[in-house]
Design a protein around this ligand. Structure first.
Ligand code: MGD
Ligand code: MGD
Ligand code: SF4
Ligand code: MO
Length: 651
């Protein structure tokens, strides 16, 4: 279609397309982004990576033409040839195997309207096989919040963190990963007297301003917080009227605490009794306690989650529904919250309405003219496993669907097992190498539409420039695909009309004004659950601990993994070194700078040792990219052996 020769960039105000904080910015002279005051960046600042947001506009390697595979190569073509090919390929798959042979992956980097269209396309065709990347980052915490409180989202505003008396940051490093929110809300709160407790087996940049650093062995946080709850109950630090009026299952949960042996728990978690007592005291005596959780509290496996234990602690002490309390989900990608709110998940319609809720399905059918199917679809993990057997065609929007980016073999063979793989992206990716059709898309600064940040604020993007070459917005591409696959009435004419349509089917977004720029579900700025939980009886249940923690043997270390990234690093350098505690290094004859072999099961990784006190004894830390083969082959929290590599000691 149209080429866009004029790509000058205007200084129109928009939202940073990089992370879930959602800072406001505009293009400035010299090509850098300049912050504009907004709710997430009230002082108008941006972080280092946000300042480079416009670099992608003029990057040399942007995708600018549709590509179709021909005799093994991806060759440039025009839009109508590419779109016709997607249409006929998907029809072939559907005719032979039914709509559940298609899977739709996307799109936490795209707008709400784009995510809305993507799931509408899947469901109108007759499948709930639609999911998005948020699954890799924050699924345990989001699920715990949804099951216990009502919505898979932060309970409070970022700005509320400043009124907490005590803030626990658990398994996260907001000083680096959400830097503007950290500087605008957490740092000033601490300067103003909020006690900051950092719970993380590794010391990181966030620990620098913490009053207390608690280092449970990786994977034992749930037990650690159950121990703290047991101490809170024992010492009478509970909010009896909150428990009575707002919660349920308290007595059964309390009875389950008697199974917990403080001394055994101390050995398992590695946190000494004094520290546990001190923390219980701090929590029990504070008026407002808030928790902020990151990717470190995500569980591998189906054990009861750390998030569940943290929510018990908040319920027990009445710390939900008031400013300065609650749970902040430190989400990562710019529209991760919006992608799930729009129903890009296999089990719910827009607004987190259950697929089995007849009234919700009818409400959607009234608007779409088609009733969505009621059986849940495959999530991304399941769909990838089913490629080539139950699933034969996939549409991937702005994702690189390697479940873990490093497991190239599995992903390659699964992607190649598809009959047709369609990728919408802005840059070449590993996934694209397996694609049959590639459609060039626009980045956030080249389009309009809304995005939802990590505290549920919905903001409009503005067009600062046009996409390069023949690239089009994901919205335009999905609308064109819908027209071919469903019919001419499929998509509203533009994102503004789509915002109207999605408000009509999504009860959480219903009351947002046309200008958006409010937080769902629009009840000014009060915390969620001020008057009751969004559960069927308005009460939040307590949840007993079901996790069984295996202790590592003497020669093993528990592996801590971190520095997860969503692919927009300012510098693409990864610190490959394994962090070891001095005591653990000494018994193994390892010195700082030595080459070491890290192993679990059949997987090994060769790297360099960094010896010091960044991790507690019994644990070791590796960057997520380096740790990937080890994490993949382990079930649950991996334990590893670390040994000096042969013949590598520099003398
Ligand atoms: N510059 C930049 N910023 C980004 C991104 C980017 O690509 N670049 N990506 C964004 C994305 S997608 C995401 S998901 C976020 C990630 O943001 P974070 O969740 O803050 O990610 P990490 O820095 O890996 O911090 C996770 C912490 O969990 C700890 N941890 C590991 N295991 C355990 C455990 O068992 N218990 C406890 N308590 N802690 C544990 C690790 O030591 C680590 O310090 O960052 C976002 N911000
Ligand atoms: N080994 C390892 N694995 C990891 C992580 C890790 O650090 N190490 N991090 C984990 C985490 S936290 C996350 S969030 C995931 C990230 O997993 P993915 O979301 O799959 O991450 P990326 O590889 O960055 O792929 C995103 C793609 O979106 C494209 N894109 C950006 N903006 C747009 C847009 O507006 N439209 C379209 N169509 N495309 C766009 C980019 O060009 C890029 O190719 O990976 C997880 N897996
Ligand atoms: S904190 Fe996130 S949203 Fe804000 S400027 Fe940095 S990358 Fe962009
Ligand atoms: Mo992420």
């Amino acid at each position: 279609m149209t080429d866009h020769p004029d790509r000058s960039v205007t200084a129109t105000e928009s939202v940073c397309p990089l992370c879930a904080v959602g800072c406001r910015l505009a293009h400035s002279e010299g090509g850098r982004a300049k912050g504009r005051e907004g709710p997430a960046n009230p002082n108008g600042r941006l972080c280092q990576k946000g300042a480079t947001a416009f670099e992608a506009v003029h990057a040399d390697d942007r995708l600018t033409t549709p590509l179709v595979r021909h005799n093994g190569d991806l060759v440039p073509t025009d839009w109508s040839t590419a779109l016709d090919r997607v249409g006929s390929d998907f029809e072939t798959v559907c005719d032979a195997n039914g709509p559940d042979a298609l899977a739709f992956f996307g799109a936490p980097r795209c707008t709400n309207e784009e995510n809305y269209l993507l799931q509408k396309l899947a469901r109108t065709l007759g499948t709930n096989n639609v999911d998005n990347r948020a699954r890799l980052c924050h699924t345990s915490a989001a699920t715990a919040l949804e099951n216990r409180f009502g919505w898979p989202a932060s309970t409070n505003r970022l700005a509320d963190l400043t009124s907490a008396d005590l803030l626990l940051v658990v398994g996260a490093n907001p000083a680096i990963q959400q830097p503007v929110a950290f500087d605008a809300f957490i740092r000033p709160a601490v300067a103003d007297g909020t006690t900051l407790i950092h719970v993380d087996p590794r010391r990181n940049e966030t620990t620098r301003i913490a009053d207390q650093h608690i280092t449970p062995r990786p994977g034992t946080d749930a037990l650690c917080f159950h121990l703290i709850c047991a101490l809170l109950v024992e010492h009478g630090y509970i909010d009896a009227s909150f428990i009575n009026d707002r919660t349920k299952d308290y007595e059964a949960w309390k009875a389950s605490l008697s199974d917990i042996d403080i001394d055994a728990g101390k050995r398992t978690t590695g946190v000494d009794t004094e520290t546990l007592f001190e923390l219980a005291d701090r929590i029990g005596t504070a008026d407002r306690v808030a928790v902020a959780g990151g990717t470190g509290i995500e569980d591998s496996g189906d054990a009861s989650s750390t998030a569940d234990a943290l929510l018990n602690m908040l319920l027990l002490t009445g710390n939900v529904g008031r400013p300065g309390t609650g749970f902040t989900l430190l989400r990562g990608l710019n529209n991760e919250q919006g992608a799930v709110d729009m129903g890009c998940r296999p089990d719910t319609l827009p607004g987190h309405q259950s697929l089995t809720n007849d009234a919700a399905r009818r409400r959607v059918a009234d608007v779409w003219g088609v009733e969505p199917p009621s059986t849940p679809g495959h999530n991304e993990h399941e769909a990838l496993d089913a490629f080539g057997t139950a699933v034969h065609g996939a549409l991937v929007v702005g994702e690189n669907p390697a479940i873990e980016k490093r497991d190239a073999d599995l992903v390659t063979s699964q992607l190649d097992a598809l009959e047709t793989l369609v990728v919408l992206d802005v840059f070449p990716s590993e996934t694209m190498e397996h694609a049959d059709i590639v459609l060039p898309a626009a980045i956030g600064l080249e389009k309009t539409g809304t995005v939802t940040n990590l505290d549920r604020r919905v903001q409009w993007l503005s067009v600062a420039t046009s996409p390069p070459g023949m690239a089009r917005t994901d919205y335009a591409i999905l609308a064109a695909l819908g027209k071919r696959l469903v019919g001419s009435g499929f998509a509203p004419p533009d994102p503004e009309a789509a915002f109207d349509e999605l408000r009509a089917v999504n009860p959480l977004y219903e009351k947002l004004p046309d200008t958006a720029d409010e937080r769902w579900p629009v009840d000014n700025d009060s915390p969620l659950y001020a008057d009751g939980f969004a559960t069927h009886d308005g009460k939040a249940p307590f949840m007993p601990l079901t996790q069984v923690v295996a202790l590592p043997t003497d020669d093993e270390l528990v592996l801590v993994v971190g520095s997860r990234a969503g692919g927009f690093e300012v510098e693409h350098t990864v610190d490959n070194r394994i962090r070891l505690n001095v005591d653990d290094a000494t018994v193994r004859g390892i010195e700082d700078g030595d080459r070491v072999v890290v192993a679990t099961g059949d997987s090994t990784v060769m790297t360099t040792a960094a010896v010091g006190d960044a991790v507690r004894e019994g644990t070791a830390y590796l960057h997520a990219d380096v740790a990937d083969p080890l994490v993949r082959s382990a079930t649950g929290t991996p334990t590893v052996t670390v040994a000096l590599a042969k013949n590598t000691r520099h003398s």
